[in-house]
Design a protein around this ligand. Structure first.
Ligand SMILES: [Zn+2]
Length: 338
């Protein structure tokens, strides 16, 4: 107890000035240890268990508006209810329903799945962690399991949410609020995130950052000899502070090679425009898009859970958790300066 008081004293003295993380700052060491405790609850086994369900025959490739997608939505909802993680609407309504007129004529009504952890100090400031849970469905050629695209992002969010929930239960809940947003309709044209940003559950002006995850379970050809990587796209487009924070967090906790080759303005692949973060960036909300590049199974029936690199998926998921932790707990709200 006495020793603990000592740390608190030093935190008060040292941290009243800077907002930056500095390795030799007592408060950041303690905060880092606490964050690490909860990051370690994110495990390869849990990610694997979820992914083998999400990318199973039962969910039939999760095409927007089809039965497989609905079953996946129920799976996500049950997880949040069992984990004691609330709905942003309250009660047991975890779906943001999207009528056909906001999708396309040929698409049945669908839903984004949403869950929420309220911040203890700045509850009106929201961090959105997103990934699409829909995929290409099935045809005569078989089921498009979409284990990497985007089963990997979907299960990463479940583990991140659980880690934050554990932090709350231990009295270390985030100061800012976190919305876990599983969007539908991505493969149909970013339709679920478009609907969310057109009809946001929380005012977009209160949305501090969007961390979007789309394919983080594999290694692309370019990194065959150096798989300890992740592509980051968009981190410096709207906020230099977000970019610096992301770099510092990675250097401190996960030491992945952060590859920015797809972040170039003239990137011929235009990945910056091709996943759900773009609908947030369009609304001037700082974003980071986490991605592992395409691979030989991209958009094929062979994108299956047995091909996922679960150690790498775990580490990338922990990077996103630590980044969200810092954004949620740092003194000042991330500033838009670009
Ligand atoms: Zn995708």
């Amino acid at each position: 107890m006495k020793y603990f008081l000592l740390i608190l004293g030093s935190i008060a003295i040292i941290s009243c000035g800077s907002n930056h993380i500095t390795r030799h700052n007592d408060s950041s060491i303690v905060t880092g240890e606490i964050a690490t405790t909860f990051a370690n609850t994110i495990t390869a086994n849990d990610l694997k268990d979820h992914l083998y369900r999400i990318a199973s025959d039962e969910f039939e490739g999760r095409e927007t508006g089809e039965i497989g997608q609905k079953r996946a939505a129920d799976y996500l909802k049950s997880f949040y209810i069992e984990s004691g993680i609330a709905s942003p609407y309250g009660g047991s309504d975890y779906f943001q329903s999207i009528p056909t007129e906001h999708l396309r004529e040929s698409i049945n009504p669908s839903e984004n799945v949403v869950a929420f952890i309220e911040g203890s100090k700045n509850p009106n400031e929201i961090i959105v962690i997103s990934a699409h849970y829909d995929h290409l469905g099935m045809n005569s050629g078989g089921i498009y399991y979409g284990a990497d695209d985007d089963g990997s992002g979907t299960v990463a969010i479940l583990e991140i949410a659980e880690a934050f929930k554990q932090a709350v239960s231990k009295g270390n809940g985030p100061k800012r609020s976190i919305l876990f947003l599983h969007v539908t309709g991505e493969e149909k044209g970013l339709l679920g995130s478009k609907y969310y940003t057109n009809f946001p559950i929380f005012p977009l002006k209160n949305t501090v950052t969007n961390l979007n995850i789309d394919m983080i379970g594999r290694v692309d050809e370019a990194h065959t000899n150096n798989p300890n990587f992740v592509y980051l796209i968009g981190s410096d487009k709207l906020s230099s502070e977000l970019h610096d924070l992301s770099e510092e967090i990675n250097a401190r906790f996960t030491q992945l090679d952060l590859d920015y080759i797809y972040n170039e303005d003239d990137d011929p692949n235009r990945f910056y425009y091709r996943s759900d973060h773009y609908n947030f960036a369009k609304n001037n909300i700082p974003i980071i898009f986490y991605f592992n590049g395409t691979h030989e199974d991209y958009h094929k029936t062979s994108d299956t859970p047995d091909k996922i690199n679960y150690e790498l998926l775990t580490k990338r998921t922990q990077l996103i958790f630590f980044t969200a932790w810092e954004i949620a707990n740092r003194r000042q709200r991330i500033k838009v300066d670009q």
